[in-house]
Design a protein around this ligand. Structure first.
Ligand code: ADP
Ligand code: MG
Length: 232
């Protein structure tokens, strides 16, 4: 039986006629399934954003929340590495100005304030939903590995622990996760658990047509889901 807070997230999107979840909603969902998400707060005003940043703790990242802007950085809707109140105020206004210029028709719901995750190894976990076979889960390393080299692995959900281990083992660049060429080692146990949580979430949430957690930053211990997109 799924947690009642899961249905509330989908119902809100439906009531607002949205076929997607905002990043903060998608992350909240991932968090319910035990995935390690960044701290998040939606701010409606500049002063709200300053207060949220103080609660979360610097450094922080600011992002646009708008139903018309799903690819946020393309529209100038992401400011990373904000270290103080002045930076929050500047970043807040910079995002609003960029969106006004790049997507003039955008409705602005607010600005998402979130914890800035330290650097680490970027991975991607995603899914598509095949009408016959159901959800397929994708795994790959972030950046050029997925976008240019298409170095990814796939499995139909639900995943067993062995499936999750094989998915990690199948990508060509897997040595990067093991600390090749002076790269930090990535916590495989956390990647396996995140794949298994993704599988459980997809199993319990037939509402999800597509999922894209891009990137998830993985450390020697633990990880952070830094961006999540869900299409309903
Ligand atoms: P987009 O909608 O453009 O995919 P993202 O939320 O993925 O927007 O942000 C763009 C990039 O900014 C990410 O790929 C990542 O490199 C960086 N980033 C975003 N959020 C964070 C965060 N909380 N901590 C660290 N880096 C972040
Ligand atoms: Mg992204």
């Amino acid at each position: 039986m799924r947690d009642p807070s899961v249905g509330i997230i989908f119902e809100k999107a439906k009531a607002e006629n949205r076929n997607f979840l905002f990043e903060h909603e998608a992350k909240t969902l991932c968090g319910i399934y035990g995935m390690p998400i960044t701290k998040i707060e939606v701010a409606k005003t500049e002063d709200d954003a300053v207060a949220a940043a103080k609660r979360i703790g610097y450094p922080i990242v600011l992002k646009i929340v708008s139903p018309q802007v799903l690819h946020k950085s393309d529209a100038g809707g992401v400011v990373v590495g904000v270290n103080d109140e002045k930076g929050v105020r500047e970043g807040y206004n910079k995002i609003l100005a960029n969106i006004k210029k790049n997507v003039p028709t955008a409705d602005i719901e607010g600005i998402l304030v979130q914890e800035m995750a330290p650097k680490g190894t970027e991975i991607i976990i995603g899914s598509t939903n095949d009408p016959t076979f159901g959800p397929t889960i994708m795994f790959g390393l972030g950046g050029i590995f997925v976008e240019i080299l298409k170095d990814v692995s796939f499995r139909l959900a639900p995943l067993t622990k062995d499936d999750a281990m094989e998915m990690i083992d199948e990508i060509k660049a897997k040595k990067i996760l093991e600390g090749a060429r002076g790269m930090p080692k990535a916590d495989k146990e956390t990647i396996i658990n995140t794949l298994l949580s993704t599988s459980k979430m997809l199993d319990e949430c037939p509402e999800i047509k597509e999922l894209d957690m891009n990137p998830i930053i993985v450390y020697e211990k633990g990880a952070r889901v830094v961006d999540a997109r869900v299409i309903l």
